[in-house]
Design a protein around this ligand. Structure first.
Ligand SMILES: [Zn+2]
Ligand SMILES: [Zn+2]
Length: 287
């Protein structure tokens, strides 16, 4: 049995959602059992038995004031409790899904993040470093690359990644080498630092994800790149499989590649979560 533990119900940004709205509206909305079912059906067609919906925290009105960025605040229109209830209802109706969230690492919002997570029935919480203060790592309109040099972007990014791991707030660190998304090659200073960063992550017990999303981005490679994945395996860091799909078609995208990369890196087990409790399962059992 394979899993996909990083899935969004809608694309990012109002324009993309408006363009695609008819797709979920014909099922009764993006939180309807019918729309959720299209993701489940795609997962099953690709041999994936369990998926986690992990909506961005910036989609929820509860988090609107957490970040001053106008795009963030404009995105924060959804009711997180309705989201959780809708997923729970779909699960009761038979959908093999986990209730998750993709939580931004915002170091000045640790108390708010902790309270947000404690109050809700999440099975899995992804931790993502998308922001370096006001600079975005992967949002094309607010890119850190426009005002910081490559050394500084990576230095600050890796500082935040380690801080996110050490916060204890997250079950899985998402897309751990995200600054490469637009094809910027990591500078030597970042490459030299990875062994230390991986050792620091390993000490915390948090998992990382092996994500196929980068294959669909300008960089054209998985997160993390294969040698980093092998270092994570050697350090004993648990791993999940993920597509970061923002539409049903991308659920479990490129999984044959992902499974062979994962095994080539030395991983023998995948991590499952239930009510935020991890368990390890042989990949071979699931193939
Ligand atoms: Zn992300
Ligand atoms: Zn995501």
């Amino acid at each position: 049995m394979l899993t996909d533990y990083h899935i969004h119900l809608q694309p990012d940004g109002p324009e993309a959602r408006a363009e695609n709205a008819s797709r979920w509206q014909e099922h009764g909305g993006h939180l309807s059992e019918g729309w959720i079912g299209t993701y489940v059906a795609r997962a099953r067609s690709r041999g994936v038995a369990e998926i986690a919906f992990t909506e961005h925290v910036h989609r929820f009105s509860h988090a609107r004031e957490w970040h001053p960025n106008p795009w963030w605040q404009g995105e924060a229109t959804e009711d997180v409790d309705l989201y959780c209830q809708s997923l729970a209802a779909a699960r009761v109706a038979g959908a093999p899904i986990l209730i998750g969230v993709e939580m931004d690492w915002l170091p000045h919002r640790v108390d708010e993040i902790r309270a947000f997570l404690a109050d809700r029935p999440f099975d899995i919480v992804l931790g993502s470093v998308h922001w370096l203060a006001d600079h975005a790592v992967d949002h094309p309109e607010y890119l850190a690359w426009d005002s910081l040099d490559a050394e500084e972007v990576w230095e600050r990014y890796l500082d935040e990644l380690v801080a996110a791991a050490q916060s204890g707030l997250f079950d899985v660190l998402a897309h751990i080498d995200l600054p490469k998304v637009f094809g910027h090659v990591p500078p030597a200073s970042a490459r030299d630092r990875w062994p230390q960063v991986i050792a620091q992550i390993a000490q915390t017990g948090v998992a990382i994800e092996c994500s196929t999303a980068g294959l669909r981005k300008p960089v054209g490679e998985m997160y993390p790149q294969t040698d980093l994945l092998a270092q994570c395996a050697a350090a004993g860091i648990p791993v999940t499989l993920a597509s970061d799909a923002h539409r049903p078609e991308d659920v479990a995208a490129d999984y044959p590649t992902a499974v062979s990369v994962l095994q080539g890196a030395g991983y023998t087990h995948l991590t499952r979560f239930m009510q935020r409790v991890p368990s390890a399962h042989l990949i071979a059992e699931w193939g």
